[in-house]
Design a protein around this ligand. Structure first.
Ligand SMILES: *[C@@H]1O[C@H](CO)[C@@H](O)[C@H](O)[C@H]1NC(C)=O
Ligand SMILES: *[C@@H]1O[C@H](CO)[C@@H](O)[C@H](O)[C@H]1NC(C)=O
Ligand SMILES: *[C@@H]1O[C@H](CO)[C@@H](O)[C@H](O)[C@H]1NC(C)=O
Ligand SMILES: *[C@@H]1O[C@H](CO)[C@@H](O)[C@H](O)[C@H]1NC(C)=O
Ligand SMILES: *[C@@H]1O[C@H](CO)[C@@H](O)[C@H](O)[C@H]1NC(C)=O
Ligand SMILES: *[C@@H]1O[C@H](CO)[C@@H](O)[C@H](O)[C@H]1NC(C)=O
Ligand SMILES: CC(=O)N[C@H]1CO[C@H](CO)[C@@H](O)[C@@H]1O
Length: 780
């Protein structure tokens, strides 16, 4: 099994950078009346008059109507610039630059629910809580119902994290204010090298190690290279645990980058660390054992950022063990993997697992390459160090790649390929691939290079991810990388310099599905759409091990309290934390109910109100990349309806598959009752139609049952997107509930009307005026 951490990552950015805004931003003008501050304005979404075609337009007109500076005076600054952020997801409204007077006026306008100044000057939060709509609400002084929802969560939810252990001294695990460990907890605090009983507290309530499988394969753990105890040498487990349930830490940052408040998704939840990964790998048997133990200990949620080959349900230890966890009511969230954008590349696709893909947040770390010919190209970097290149000087630039007809292997900057004579004192261009970009930086540094430009190749396109390099280094997308290489190949005296621009917020568009995020379809069972959801997984700041540098290179002597990492390893703990939050609000909900709440409330539009894009194509992403969409935590607390699934239903699903059933159902004796006609009838919150033998007369019907978790009397109406190749009919098309927890069923019939060469995508939404319960639809 491998950790789902991206080591040579990439993120999309470049040309769109000019549209970046800072959320905390002040414009000072000579006239005090016109001093503008940023306000966050919460709007009543349903109050939009019909004359406006979208909310953005409406917000714009609201702001225009209260502007005290004449439109003429603002003609260079069009009104769009006053609105620096549209909230159309977890929170409805905008952030806008307004004078005090304008803000007062706006407060009295129809449709305005609340307005509050964004008082912090430093950039807030480790951004993902804020981006997810959790943070501005908690930080606001407003006493609105949303903050109540989030603040009162109790401390009885326990999240088990299967990973590389934990660094207990991190401020993210400070237990100040936490009540004693719940009495139902049966876990233990195992001790060993560097880990004593006192390292557990009311935040880290359990810590265990599992190494038998590892030692069976590799021999005894090298105690020089790793702690044979729950202590985290690597950093990965500390990062994921802190993302799930870290306590708030003010002033968190990595070498000054991403400065703000760091906190987990469920800061009141407890953490139990199960160390299953050692330097060299994580073994299925150790994972199986840890999972089993965690369930017995009494965890409510499991966060697993690991994956192996997904060849069948019964041969995959994680799949088998998580079935048992699900039977015991434990929610399991796993990373989808980083093998995207290849189709059918995902792991952990069992239907009882919540499979999480990765997307960007609205924060980036821009850095500029200025070429000798005057061209400036923007990439990304987390470099910060004493050795900076002068922005006024130009440095010789070298690329050893030859040309496209005769490529040179030295272009990859692998170990031992760089000649000191060619490289010393120069900025070296290295193509990405084979080893991590961080390691390439080390090679360039060792050969006397002063800087590095890491250029993407076709394999990773224009998606660039920031790295914490050991020398001045910037990652650049494929297209712009080509331009730089062309410049070097056609100029004898090519030069450049590198500049690092710090952290920017408000990046648009975001979210974007990361190119590396593994994709569907689910090749074991195409009727079950995977991944389930996407969550932040690019450039995520969280706690780190005290004995490993931020680049993870053995030569890296830097020590940091927080590190920035990318991968579906980072997105899965966001979902585990949000599941913990839902569990604390609805303790009786099954894992399937929690997953349903997360999926049916997800959003599919970005912060420019366009369909969420796919970084690998720059086109709208499909459900094979984003599943149900991007997680929307506050909505997920009150989904209206849920698609519930009992353990026996999952077993019936297995009965429809050609898989061995032995090994499943460790906690009960189950037999096939053959209640499911096909896998597509599993009560999943997503719909994936696979015509067995598609002809123009093919027809397929699937059945679903929803449980009312909203008000007793609720009336829902269905809306289905139209499809080119099929007619879709839902029966009945209204659902009238008379009490909470009532279940009502419906069926959906798909009739093929024309041949489509590609899969078609859409959605089915049940609406009651307050809730929108959306299931993605794929017709393949
Ligand atoms: C917030 O609202 C609750 C009731 O909803 C009330 O009891 C409490 O006093 C309010 N707090 C503030 C600070 O207004
Ligand atoms: C934990 O947090 C509290 C409150 O912020 C602080 O007073 C205390 O020093 C912290 N403990 C540690 C070990 O850092
Ligand atoms: C590419 O490089 C090779 C070897 O250096 C050279 O022979 C060839 O002419 C070059 N081709 C182009 C198009 O520059
Ligand atoms: C390149 O640099 C060398 C040495 O600095 C100089 O002699 C030469 O004229 C330069 N060539 C061009 C084309 O600028
Ligand atoms: C599948 O299609 C073939 C012709 O393309 C037809 O002979 C066969 O009967 C079909 N099978 C089913 C189950 O519809
Ligand atoms: C639900 O109620 C509406 C009237 O409010 C009615 O038109 C509709 O037929 C009812 N649906 C069902 C399935 O009973
Ligand atoms: C219970 C279970 O799934 N065991 C499997 C764990 O993984 C090993 C190696 O792939 C298999 O041999 C076991 O059968």
């Amino acid at each position: 099994m491998a950790m789902h951490l991206i080591i040579t990552p990439m993120e999309k950015m470049s040309c769109i950078l000019t549209f970046c805004f800072l959320l905390s931003f002040i414009v000072v003008s000579s006239n005090a009346e016109f001093v503008k501050k940023t306000y966050i304005i919460q709007m009543d979404k349903s109050a939009k008059p019909n004359i406006f075609s979208n909310h953005k337009e409406w917000y714009s007109s609201k702001v225009k109507s209260v502007m005290s500076i004449s439109l003429e005076a603002e003609r260079d600054n069009n009104n769009e610039e006053r609105i620096i952020y549209n909230y159309n997801t977890a929170f409805h409204g905008m952030a806008a630059k307004l004078s005090q007077k304008e803000a007062n006026k706006l407060e009295d306008e129809d449709g305005v629910v609340a307005i509050f100044p964004d008082t912090k000057y430093q950039l807030h939060t480790t951004r993902s809580p804020s981006f997810l709509g959790l943070e501005p609400i908690i930080q606001s002084n407003n006493n609105n119902s949303l903050s109540q929802n989030l603040v009162d969560n109790d401390q009885n939810v326990i999240v088990g994290v299967l990973d590389t252990g934990i660094w207990p001294e991190s401020e993210s695990f400070n237990d100040t204010g936490m009540k004693p460990v719940p009495s139902h907890w049966k876990g233990a605090c195992e001790t060993g090298k560097g880990f004593e009983k006192h390292h557990c507290n009311n935040k880290i309530i359990g810590a265990r190690i599992f190494y038998q499988g590892y030692e069976a394969a590799y021999g005894r753990i090298n105690e020089q290279a790793d702690y044979k105890s729950p202590r985290d040498q690597d950093g990965h487990g500390t990062h994921t645990a802190a993302t799930v349930a870290g306590s708030p830490v003010h002033g968190a940052n990595l070498l000054g980058y991403a400065y703000g408040k760091a906190r987990g998704m469920a800061p009141n939840a407890r953490i139990a660390a199960y160390k299953v990964c050692w330097s060299g790998g994580c073994f299925g048997s150790d994972i199986l054992s840890a999972l089993d133990r965690a369930v017995a200990d009494g965890v409510n949620v499991l966060s697993i950022s690991l994956g192996g080959k997904f060849s069948s349900y019964y041969l995959d230890n994680l799949s088998v063990a998580s079935f048992g966890a699900m039977e015991k009511g434990v929610f399991v969230s796993c990373s989808a993997g980083n093998a995207g954008p290849n189709p059918a590349s995902l792991t952990n696709a069992s239907p009882w697992i919540t499979t999480v893909g990765a997307s960007t947040i609205d924060r980036d770390f821009p850095a500029d390459v200025s070429l000798g010919n005057g061209r400036k190209i923007t990439g990304t970097s987390l470099y910060k160090g004493k050795t900076m290149l002068s922005v006024k000087k130009q440095y010789p630039l070298v690329y050893m790649g030859g040309n496209s007809t005769s490529p040179d292997p030295r272009s990859l900057c692998l170990k031992g390929t760089l000649n000191r004579q060619t490289v010393a004192g120069k900025i070296v261009i290295c193509d990405s691939g084979i080893i991590s970009g961080l390691q390439k930086g080390q090679e360039v540094k060792d050969a006397g290079g002063v800087g590095m430009i890491l250029t993407n190749t076709a394999a990773n396109g224009d998606e660039i991810v920031a790295d914490c390099h050991l020398l001045p280094a910037i990652a650049i997308g494929e297209k712009e990388g080509k331009e730089i290489k062309q410049y070097v190949l056609t100029n004898k005296n090519a030069t450049a310099t590198l500049a690092f621009l710090d952290t920017r917020l408000g990046f648009k568009p975001s979210p974007i599905v990361a190119a590396f995020s593994s994709r569907g379809p689910n090749y074991l069972t195409p009727e079950i759409l995977k991944p389930d959801i996407v969550a932040p997984g690019v450039n995520i700041l969280a706690a780190w091990s005290g004995v490993t540098g931020p680049s993870s290179l053995p030569t890296d002597q830097r020590r940091v309290k927080f590190n920035i990492l990318s991968g579906t390893s980072m997105s899965s703990p966001h979902v585990s934390g949000i599941a913990a939050m839902i569990k604390s609000k609805h303790p009786e909900w099954s894992p399937a109910a929690i997953k349903s709440a997360i999926m049916t409330t997800a959003y599919v539009l970005d912060n420019t109100i366009q369909p969420i894009k796919d970084s690998s194509s720059d086109e709208p992403s499909t459900p094979y990349a984003h599943g149900a969409g991007h997680i929307n935590p506050i909505k997920a607390l009150e989904p209206g309806l849920i698609y519930d699934i009992e353990p026996q239903d999952y077993f019936e699903f297995l009965c429809t598959q050609r898989t061995e059933l032995r090994g499943f159902a460790i906690y009960s004796n189950r037999v096939c009752r053959n209640t499911l006609e096909s896998a597509g009838d599993l009560n999943y919150p997503a719909i994936s139609i696979v015509f067995p033998n598609k002809t123009l007369t093919s027809e397929m019907t699937i059945r679903r049952t929803v449980t009312n978790v909203g008000p007793d009397v609720s009336k829902y109406q269905v809306i289905v997107t139209p499809f080119k190749g099929s007619v879709v009919k839902v029966e009945p098309d209204t659902l009238n509930f008379t009490r909470k927890y009532e279940k009502l069923s419906y069926k959906v019939t798909f009739k093929a009307t024309s041949r489509q060469s590609n899969p078609e995508f859409g959605g089915l939404v049940w609406k009651d005026g307050e809730h929108e319960v959306r299931s993605p639809i794929v017709i393949a």
